[in-house]
Design a protein around this ligand. Structure first.
Ligand code: ADP
Ligand code: MG
Length: 244
């Protein structure tokens, strides 16, 4: 299975936006790209009272996937905005990890490449003591860490990369979201330099904030172009093609 697992230093950092942007760019390059958000929490109810994941809907739109495509993008979405292991207990749901892994593999067979979005950060518990890191290892995918260049990001990013390496996970690099293109100062520049030096990881992109992009309302306008301009799509593609 060829693909990439997108994790981050925290929740609300930009995993969905970056995953959508990479998917849109790959789609525009003519690649048969699939997207997976295996587990989600903080789900909302649609008109038919079904629990839906805004992340999954955004990713499907960004990747230009047809609603008739029979592959599961999201295996399970829980309503409480809690880590899945806790959201599941609160909802009286047992999370079947082997089934979720099987769904990811199914998507991996259906598409040429897949992008898998994690939940929270790399140590977020998905079910009991099974963490996001366990899922990345089981899928055998390389990971990209999404972070921001704000105060505290050096610590969060270097720790995430070190934990991934300790767990034997291949880290392709780091993507900085919300990069202030015109106004980056000493905070942003030093954060970038320290992350590169201390983690030993390449920076695979500096993605700007765009008002026209929004996960909750499903706005994906211009993502492919933005991704080509600000992310190292060719390098990301090469990582996806290296089988583990
Ligand atoms: N580069 C960006 N431009 C515009 N909005 C963004 C950008 N990155 C993130 N956001 C917004 O910030 C919020 C958190 O981003 P999201 O990708 O959902 O984070 P995560 O998946 O890590 O929880 C969302 O509402 C999203 O629309
Ligand atoms: Mg998300």
């Amino acid at each position: 299975m060829q693909g990439l697992f997108i994790t981050a230093t925290d929740t609300e950092i930009g995993k969905t936006v970056i995953t959508g942007a990479i998917a849109a760019a790959l789609k525009a390059r003519g690649i048969n790209i699939g997207v997976v958000k295996p587990l989600a929490s903080g789900g909302t109810l649609d008109k038919e009272n079904r629990i839906v994941s805004e992340d999954a809907a955004f990713l499907v739109k960004a990747a230009g996937i047809s609603p008739d495509d029979a592959v599961k993008v999201n295996s399970l979405c829980l309503v409480p905005a809690l880590t899945p292991a806790v959201a599941a207990v609160q909802s009286g749901v047992v999370i079947d990890i082997p089934q979720i892994i099987a769904d990811c593999r199914q998507a991996g067979r259906h598409y040429d490449k897949i992008l898998v979005e994690g939940v929270g950060g790399i140590c977020a518990p998905l079910w009991e003591d099974y963490l996001v890191a366990d899922m990345i290892s089981e899928l055998g995918l390389a990971t990209v860490i999404v972070t921001k260049a704000n105060l505290g990001a050096i610590n969060h990013t270097v720790l995430t990369a070190a934990y991934a390496k300790q767990r034997g996970i291949r880290v392709a690099g780091v993507i900085i979201n919300n990069w202030p293109e015109a106004s980056s100062g000493v905070l942003e520049k030093s954060t970038l330099e320290y992350i590169e030096r201390l983690s030993g990881m390449p920076i695979l992109g500096k993605f700007p904030w765009r008002e026209g992009v929004d996960v909750p309302t499903g706005q994906t306008e211009g993502l492919a172009t933005l991704a080509e301009q600000h992310l190292k799509i060719t390098e990301l593609l090469a990582v996806m093609e290296e089988r583990s």
